[in-house]
Design a protein around this ligand. Structure first.
Ligand code: AMP
Length: 418
């Protein structure tokens, strides 16, 4: 199966080839024909499945015909990072067409966004707050919108954007195509989808659970030993790009700082950073300047970095959905990854909830040669524990991370001086 089957405009086909996509991903195979037909779509898929191109490609195809320089497509996303990622995708795939787009979000000046809107665009990719702000200022005309995309709608609800989304929908023509994407389907999301979609086709990739290419492991550990365990783990485990999640912005910042002090190429990604600093951290992670990113859930939304080998939940997430989203960062686009979760005594209930969604028990592990002191894992953690840090390679073959000693040959992920 290839992209020829969709009969895209030759300028779009040329870009697909140039970018290097050869085979449509499962969600693209299912969603693209439906979107081209003009149907409403409910897409149940997490990041990493190719969902952005699944809606961007047919939207670009629609825009190769009809009037230009008015807003015909509105894509709403929860975070600036995701909005930027979608914007990049539409710039990349639409490069040979005359289609113009703009991304609008808060935290940066309105001036350039307004002037870009004035100059005439067909696609607006927006975060809810700034979009309403611009609509209120009369800086954007949404009366010609033909297609509405709500991306990561479940996350938008988690972040409290549901009232904003309702307000936005009131500003749009009732006659339109709506594409709705979510990785999870809690009740309020289901209700929103039922209200706004007309006779939708449902496109579901796997069950609404974390990507299967990710293997999961739990590391029971008392709170005060977490940092030592992380350091020992980074030394023992062959890793690529590592994304570490913490519960608070403060913990993300401190952890990144501690790791950097120890010679790791680590950066923080958290909400107290400016948009510019956040983008620098993401770009650095993508370009290989950093091997490790310590992030909070909200800040990490929408980072489009493939080849994340490990997600480490330094702190367990607050919800099962957050777990799904976090580990959706690894194992992207058919690659495999590992998700390690540090679990304290208080985390038993959340672990059971996560296991229910995964439909399987998560393997319990103890890191060999790590001094757990007097800590004895609770009975809930004791079953099924393994003495190996991972199943991917025998322990003696592992390319352990060591610090700055240079004695074991060059390794991409060893801590390096900046
Ligand atoms: P997404 O789920 O939209 O975040 O996409 C995940 C990653 O998959 C992005 O880096 C895309 O560039 C990539 N991708 C999307 N479609 C394809 C495809 N058909 N073949 C290979 N990679 C793809």
């Amino acid at each position: 199966m290839n992209f020829e089957q969709f009969s895209f405009d030759r300028r779009i086909v040329a870009r697909i080839k140039a970018i290097g996509y050869t085979t449509p991903t499962p969600i693209q195979q299912q969603a693209i024909p439906m979107v081209l037909e003009g149907r409403d779509v409910m897409g149940l898929a997490q990041t990493g499945t190719g969902k952005t191109a699944a809606f961007t490609l047919p939207i670009l195809q629609r825009l190769t015909k009809g009037p230009l320089r008015r807003v015909r497509v509105l894509i709403v996303a929860p975070t600036r990072e995701l909005a930027e990622q979608i914007h990049q995708m539409s710039l990349d795939l639409g490069k040979n067409t005359k289609v113009r787009s703009v991304s609008v979000y808060g935290g940066v000046s309105k001036v350039s966004q307004v002037s870009r809107l004035r100059s005439g665009v067909e696609i607006v990719i927006a975060c809810p707050g700034r979009l309403l702000d611009l609509a209120h200022d009369g800086a954007i005309d949404l009366s010609h919108v033909e297609v509405l995309v709500l991306d990561e709608a479940d996350r938008m609800c988690d972040m409290g954007f549901l009232p904003d989304i309702r307000r936005i929908i009131k500003l749009l023509p009732a006659q339109r195509q709506t594409l709705f994407f979510a990785a999870t389907m809690p009740k309020d999301i289901r209700r929103l989808a039922d209200n706004i979609l007309k006779d939708p086709v449902t496109v579901q990739i796997g069950k609404i659970a974390p990507a299967k290419t990710v293997s999961h492991a739990l590391y029971p550990v008392p709170h005060n030993l977490k940092k030592n365990l992380l350091l020992a783990m980074l030394q023992q485990t062959p890793t690529g790009r590592v994304l570490i999640f913490t519960r608070t912005k403060y913990r993300a910042r401190n952890l990144a700082r501690d790791l950097a002090k120890r010679g790791y190429r680590a950066a923080a990604l958290q909400g107290n950073m400016s948009q510019n600093q956040r983008q620098k951290a993401i770009n650095g992670f993508r370009d290989g300047k950093y091997d490790i990113l310590a992030a909070t859930d909200v800040a990490a939304r929408g980072i489009d970095v493939s080849e994340i080998s490990h997600v480490i939940n330094f702190d367990i997430p607050d919800t099962v959905d957050a777990y799904t989203h976090r580990i959706g960062r690894t194992g992207r686009a058919h690659q495999s990854g590992e998700a390690f979760t540090f679990a304290g005594q208080a985390d038993g209930q959340m672990i059971r909830d996560i296991e229910k969604v995964l439909g399987t028990r998560i393997e319990r592990r103890r890191l060999p040669d790590f001094n757990y002191g007097s800590f004895v894992p609770e009975s809930q953690f004791q079953e099924n524990h393994s003495n190996s840090p991972g199943k991917t390679q025998p322990h003696h073959k592992r390319n352990h991370i060591r610090k700055n000693n240079g004695s074991h040959g060059p390794r991409r992920h060893a801590p390096r001086r900046k």
